[in-house]
Write a protein that binds this ligand. Structure first.
Ligand SMILES: [Fe+2]
Ligand SMILES: [Fe+2]
Length: 219
């Protein structure tokens, strides 16, 4: 509430002060309070949403993000985009599951769920990631992906870093938010949405090939 009052003061000062050249000026402000353990990116997104809402509602106003919005299930941090499809059904299903689990984890943390519950969910997600990496490496070997070695090396590094962080969280040397940040920034944003897309031409080939084959059968 303090931030909303401060923003309101700023807005009023700007509105009442005439600029010598521009004349009357107004400002739209979005405010969001960071929830306990809420990832910075998610918090920034809520602030942005509040700002857009202030502009949409006619500008020259302060809009505070509805904190209830961050309750479980309501807020989706990331939704699946068609361009993230690799063409391999197994990989795509696992990638979608990874994003779904991360969304859930973020909403759990934002809703202030207990440490134990969050750790259990983090464990499930990490298990899923490890199994997914193994599966993906199997497909990349099958496809004779030329950069297989470096890709598998990145997987290995990500897993060992995640395990180290998990250990540090367990014995209180790191905050669970550091592990979240790692999963969100390094595993999802950095790896899944960047490095994985490099092999798509190899996994998409399969789909293009099977379409060509069915076209031949049809003709
Ligand atoms: Fe992947
Ligand atoms: Fe990968």
């Amino acid at each position: 509430a303090g931030a909303v009052d401060a923003a309101e003061k700023i807005r009023a000062v700007i509105e009442n002060e005439k600029h010598p050249i521009a004349g009357c000026r107004t400002v739209s402000i979005g405010v969001a309070q960071r929830m306990q353990n809420e990832p910075v990116r998610h918090w920034q997104r809520r602030t942005d949403e509040a700002l857009y809402q202030a502009k949409e509602n006619g500008r020259n106003r302060v809009v505070a993000s509805d904190d209830n919005k961050s309750s479980i299930g309501d807020s989706v941090w990331l939704s699946w985009q068609p361009e993230w499809e690799s063409g391999n059904t197994g990989i795509d299903e696992q990638h979608q599951e990874m994003i779904k689990m991360t969304n859930y984890l973020i909403s759990m943390a934002s809703a202030g769920k207990g440490f134990k519950e969050i750790v259990r969910q983090v464990d499930q997600l990490l298990d899923h990631i490890v199994r997914h990496f193994e599966y993906e490496e199997g497909i990349l070997t099958e496809k004779r992906y030329p950069y297989y070695k470096s890709h598998a090396g990145i997987h290995r590094d990500l897993v060992s870093k995640a395990m180290q962080l998990k250990e540090s969280c367990r014995n209180g040397e790191a905050l669970i938010s550091a592990l979240f940040a790692f999963i969100v920034e390094d595993v999802i944003m950095g790896h899944l949405l960047v490095y994985d897309t490099v092999f798509f031409p190899y996994t998409r080939e399969e789909r293009a090939g099977s379409q060509a084959a069915s076209a031949v059968i049809l003709s």
